[in-house]
Design a protein around this ligand. Structure first.
Ligand SMILES: Cc1cc2nc3c(=O)[nH]c(=O)nc-3n(C[C@H](O)[C@H](O)[C@H](O)COP(=O)(O)OP(=O)(O)OC[C@H]3O[C@@H](n4cnc5c(N)ncnc54)[C@H](O)[C@@H]3O)c2cc1C
Length: 338
């Protein structure tokens, strides 16, 4: 805590013109509309300011928490004594490279990226136009929908790698993408700054029509009128999480202000005043019941930030990769849990 306070003072001195929101409610920065105060949220104006902040934090043995659109996160009601770096305000550069690939900074929304691709008659990102995340958040979890995944379109990613305190450009293979996962998720220390997307030439009208079709399907099926963090659970092999939850009779199950959506059983929605504890409790009830009824262990897709909350205390499975608060890797590059 003392280190964090010192680092915040140094960051203020090093970047005097930068907006630094202090004790800012996290509920204002996530799609669930849940979460207490963050100690500080930095709004850097460019990637070199991000590197500077990371460098200062590293000197104090700290790591930043990167924040995109907050559309895959559940923050604790108690808040978090962390320094967040938000990408969505300024890290917005998006342009076509001379060889026809797209360069996008981490804070560019996936909707804007998909729309830019369509305007340039580039096909392959139609699936991403309705995902409410950013390039940074999307690449970290290899976001996908309707058969498409970001891994199929991304050529390379530039990150600030904390253990080495330097920039690192990774090619697609080095990102180790998997289903809703990547190297950035499994190991700490990667701050995603930008990416290059290589797409196929297509017909701009056909691309626009496909985007529209997918977004209509999304609107028809998903509870987009209520705060949520998207699909609550990953798709278990050979099953669909929503179907298992529905078959277990859990649609509409409510804990406080959190509810298994009546419209789509795969979503947990905030029907008003939900706390993070309501959501945790509901997720764990769903998990237990689905396991009892079908023998299938559901793994949360939402990044749950609750340092003391352990999945194994709440169900049969021991799968913790979504339940830990991953911080910057030390020298040597392994992720740390706390
Ligand atoms: C209504 C709704 C529908 C959704 N539909 C889909 C869907 O169809 N498919 C799908 O895959 N997801 C879906 N999601 C989930 C979510 O939109 C995606 O996971 C998205 O990629 C998250 O991006 P974000 O910018 O909001 O990340 P955040 O929620 O801000 O962050 C998520 C994680 O990424 C990390 N992160 C963010 N930016 C960076 C960065 N620059 N560098 C390093 N780490 C970073 C954060 O630290 C955090 O751990 C949906 C969510 C909602 C609310």
């Amino acid at each position: 805590m003392e280190n964090l306070e010192k680092a915040i003072q140094e960051i203020k001195a090093a970047l005097p013109g930068m907006t630094l929101l202090e004790n800012e409610p996290l509920s204002a920065h996530c799609s669930f509309k849940i979460g207490g105060p963050a100690r500080a949220i930095a709004v850097p104006s460019d990637v070199s300011s991000v590197s500077k902040i990371c460098c200062i934090l590293k000197e104090h043995e700290l790591a930043p928490f990167m924040l995109g659109n907050g559309s895959n996160l559940l923050f604790p009601d108690e808040g978090l004594a962390e320094l967040f770096i938000i990408s969505t305000e300024k890290l917005q550069r998006l342009f076509l490279l001379p060889d026809g690939a797209i360069y996008a900074e981490a804070g560019v929304s996936l909707a804007r990226l998909a729309s830019f691709a369509q305007q340039n008659a580039l096909a392959g990102l139609e699936f991403a136009s309705g995902i409410p995340g950013t390039v940074g958040g999307g690449l970290r979890m290899n976001a996908g929908a309707y058969g498409g995944e970001l891994k199929d379109a991304v050529e390379s990613v530039v990150t600030y790698y904390l253990p080495a305190q330097s920039l690192w450009e990774l090619n697609n293979e080095e990102c180790a993408f998997g289903y809703r996962s990547s190297r950035f998720q499994k190991a700490g220390g990667f701050v995603l700054l930008s990416a290059v997307f290589r797409l196929e030439k297509g017909d701009e009208h056909e691309i626009a029509a496909r985007m529209q079709e997918l977004n209509t399907r999304r609107r028809d099926k998903q509870p987009l009128d209520l705060p949520s963090a998207g699909s609550a659970f990953k798709r278990p092999e050979g099953h669909y999480a929503a179907a298992l939850i529905d078959e277990a009779g859990l649609k509409g199950l409510t804990v406080g202000g959190a509810q298994v959506s009546e419209k789509h059983a795969g979503f947990v929605v905030n029907i008003g005043g939900a706390t993070s504890h309501d959501v945790y409790e509901l997720l764990m009830q769903v998990r237990r019941t689905v396991y009892e009824k079908s023998g299938v262990e559901l793994e949360p897709e939402i990044v749950i930030l609750a340092p003391d909350y352990k999945l194994e205390d709440h169900g049969p499975a021991v799968k913790r990769n979504q339940m830990v608060f991953t911080v910057g890797a030390p020298e040597g590059g392994e992720a740390q849990e706390r």
